[in-house]
Unconditional design. Structure first.
Length: 434
């Protein structure tokens, strides 16, 4: 079988680990990397250090996208850039009739998501939105239980997500902290959660959203801010020892590593994973430029009258979620605990994986779940197989997300931000026409 040719936009730490390394080490008989594009030449260097087989792959700067496509003739483009540039590369790829594999979120607002949908309709190319968390074994089981009729007709979903102080604070060290770059955490992070709900309940169109939110932990008014001062950086901050968020993982003799999955490059002179002249992932979590929320609650009504209650908090002592799916004939409950900071701050709750089914009339059924292998509880390995080997033919339900799935999830997240900032219910009827 002929190999498919791939170009990548964004040679980040995540791009290398999630996409480029598997191309060379797992799917080399089906995939070939033919071009790399990024704003920082140092990332090309570190990529080729980590993947010597990529030594001769040509590299390009952001203004050389057309040149890259002309010279390397890819079949598909993998988009792993900063969120706010996703739409640009997706649309340009579709205009050249290329398939696109885009990291989530697909875009940072519904307006750009509509542009992607419109471009795809005119193109021979198709968009895959990599909502890898769908592939987590626990999440697949929940989908299968809903399809099996365990709750009857779904009427209501309750989902509460908790992001620990290590993981949550990291978003405010980085570019994610501004609406302009990430769309807000209601898109960058929560759109993944909204996609899970959409997928579990059969992907109906969201209709109306009402939300509240606040910046309670970060920004200049954060209760643990040593002083109101902009421009500090964690690696050189004189007040670092007085910052509870940093000293929690440090001693006088050690300094916690600052790491960014999306825009890392190894700087040999400084010994850190970024190029300061281009981007720093160690910006102070108490800076005044932060213009997104760290605490979110939202109500969503779908076109088929299913209701969703959602909340997210980005500074909790431990990480995980609680889920309940209610229906005419029963209820499903699930939890998942752990998180990015769990090695430094172990979660006090059980990390066993199981799903409970409660029929309206009857006894609880508890189903244990074996965790998957690899990142995101096995979600990463599962989606890579579907992307590079093709969708598993005997799977009885769709799981690989499309641009419409991306639009639906992003629209909820964008409506959440707009409802919070505008103080009103947001109607998505017109958006859903695309």
């Amino acid at each position: 079988m002929e190999k498919r040719r791939y170009a990548v936009c964004g040679v980040s730490g995540r791009a290398i680990a999630m996409w480029l390394k598997p191309i060379y080490e797992t799917f080399s008989n089906r995939a070939e990397l033919v071009g790399m594009l990024d704003i920082d030449p140092m990332r090309f260097k570190i990529c080729k250090q980590q993947l010597p087989a990529a030594e001769n792959v040509p590299t390009y700067m952001p203004d050389e996208f057309d040149k890259m496509i002309e010279e390397t003739r890819p079949d598909a483009v993998i988009v792993v850039s900063k969120d706010c540039f996703h739409a640009h590369y997706i649309v340009k790829s579709l205009e050249k009739n290329l398939d696109v594999i885009t990291e989530k979120p697909m875009t940072t607002n519904w307006e750009d998501a509509i542009k992607v949908r419109e471009a795809e309709k005119k193109s021979k190319g198709k968009v895959i939105c990599t909502f890898n968390y769908r592939y987590n074994p626990q999440h697949r089981l929940i989908k299968e239980l809903v399809l099996a009729g365990k709750v009857g007709r779904v009427t209501h979903v309750d989902l509460n997500w908790y992001i620990d102080i290590h993981h949550g604070a990291s978003y405010f060290n980085r570019w994610n902290r501004t609406r302009e770059n990430s769309g807000s955490l209601s898109i960058h992070k929560a759109s993944h959660h909204f996609d899970l709900v959409n997928w579990w309940i059969g992907s109906p169109d969201p209709s109306q959203i009402h939300a509240f939110g606040a910046l309670n932990h970060y920004g200049p008014e954060g209760p643990f801010n040593p002083s109101k001062k902009d421009g500090r950086h964690c690696t050189s901050c004189e007040e670092r020892r007085n910052c509870a968020y940093k000293s929690r993982w440090e001693t006088r003799a050690t300094v916690a590593q600052i790491h960014d999955d999306h825009l890392d490059s190894f700087n040999e002179k400084l010994g850190v994973l970024y190029t300061p002249e281009i981007y720093r992932p160690d910006m102070c979590i108490f800076d005044s430029e932060i213009n997104i929320q760290d605490t979110i609650v939202a109500n969503v009504k779908y076109a088929n009258n299913i209701l969703l209650n959602y909340s997210a908090n980005f500074s909790t002592p431990y990480e995980g979620y609680r889920l309940a799916i209610n229906g005419t004939h029963g209820r499903i409950e699930a939890e998942e605990w752990g998180g990015a900071g769990s090695t430094a701050f172990p979660c006090p709750r059980s990390t066993d994986h199981y799903v409970d089914c409660y029929p309206i009339f009857g006894s609880r059924e508890r189903i244990s779940v074996k965790p998957g292998v690899g990142g995101h509880g096995g979600g990463d390995s599962g989606i890579l197989e579907d992307v590079f080997l093709g969708v598993e033919e005997d799977r009885p339900y769709d799981i690989l997300a499309t641009s419409k799935d991306g639009l639906n999830a992003i629209s909820i997240g964008d409506a959440v931000f707009k409802s919070i900032t505008q103080g009103k219910i947001i109607d998505l009827t017109e958006v859903m026409k695309y």
